[in-house]
Design a protein around this ligand. Structure first.
Ligand code: UDP
Length: 249
């Protein structure tokens, strides 16, 4: 296995800090190829168990950052601890700062109409030299791919952030990147909603003690099903499957 890369339920995850992820992203933007980064949380890993296309995308991505306390806990149980989390929000903020310094252009695709624009405005307010290549609410449906590719190609971004929620955003990127060939594309989930102030984010201390999932449940009770998948079901599956494997081995 690649150095600094572990596997949880067959999904590769890189042991990487936020600073290292930004350095890798910077290198990707400059190497002349096109790349995809995924921020892998427990829901991703559970979805990948039942969705082979999503699993294939996660296995082929250039970098999978650990996102979510459950991922860190599972990694520790498996004897392959990770150093920390790198979430879509953190990556987006770090990339915006980097882009403002280096002159990279960022395109924001997805979320409800007007949200990407509000998120872009929040980023520019913080880093006034940041260049936004474009914003488009769009749609993750394959029949809309062609039209969206035209819009994005004309904007010529270095970084494409896609907020269609998983697995649609990762599948959208994998399907369209061979045509777009944007240096770096990342699925960022609810990041635009957060940047636009539509959804509050858990305070730092709640995130640090691993209770962001409880905060999100309190803020958006409609997510309960997803949160059960993300926390108890995921940890149970890891214990069950990996435990059995260890006994056999
Ligand atoms: N979204 C969208 N089009 C869709 C479905 C979802 O633009 O057809 C957006 C939605 O508005 C939100 C984001 O995708 O901004 C999903 O955020 P969520 O926190 O659910 O992401 P996840 O945790 O599923 O990756």
């Amino acid at each position: 296995m690649e150095k600094n890369r572990i596997k949880i339920l067959g999904i590769p995850i890189d042991d990487i800090t936020e600073q290292e992820a930004l350095e890798r992203a910077d290198a990707m933007i400059n190497d002349g190829a096109w790349h995809q980064i995924c921020t892998v949380n427990p829901e991703f890993i559970m979805e990948a168990q039942r969705n082979p296309s999503f699993r294939a995308v996660l296995q082929a991505a250039d970098l999978n950052t650990p996102d979510g306390f459950g991922v860190l806990l599972a990694a520790r149980w498996l004897g392959t601890p990770l150093r920390g989390r790198v979430t879509g929000v953190e990556l987006t903020l770090g990339l915006a700062r980097l882009a403002a310094i280096r002159g990279y252009r960022i395109f924001l695709l997805g979320a409800a109409p007007g949200v990407a624009e509000a998120a872009a405005a929040a980023l520019v307010k913080r880093w006034p030299t940041l260049c936004i290549a474009g914003c488009y609410s769009g749609s993750p449906a394959p029949e809309d791919d062609e039209q969206q590719r035209q819009i994005i190609t004309l904007a010529r971004p270095h970084i494409l952030l896609v907020a269609y929620g998983h697995p649609r955003q990762e599948l959208w990127i994998a399907r369209n990147q061979p045509f777009l060939r944007i240096p770096l594309a990342i699925g960022v989930g609810g990041t635009f909603d957060y940047l636009a102030g539509k959804v509050p984010r858990a305070p730092h201390f709640i995130r640090r003690i691993g209770l962001e999932w409880a905060f999100r449940l309190a803020m958006q009770p409609i997510r309960w099903r997803r949160i059960i998948d993300a926390v108890p079901a995921f940890l149970f599956t890891v214990l069950w499957q990996e435990g059995i494997l260890r006994h056999r081995g």
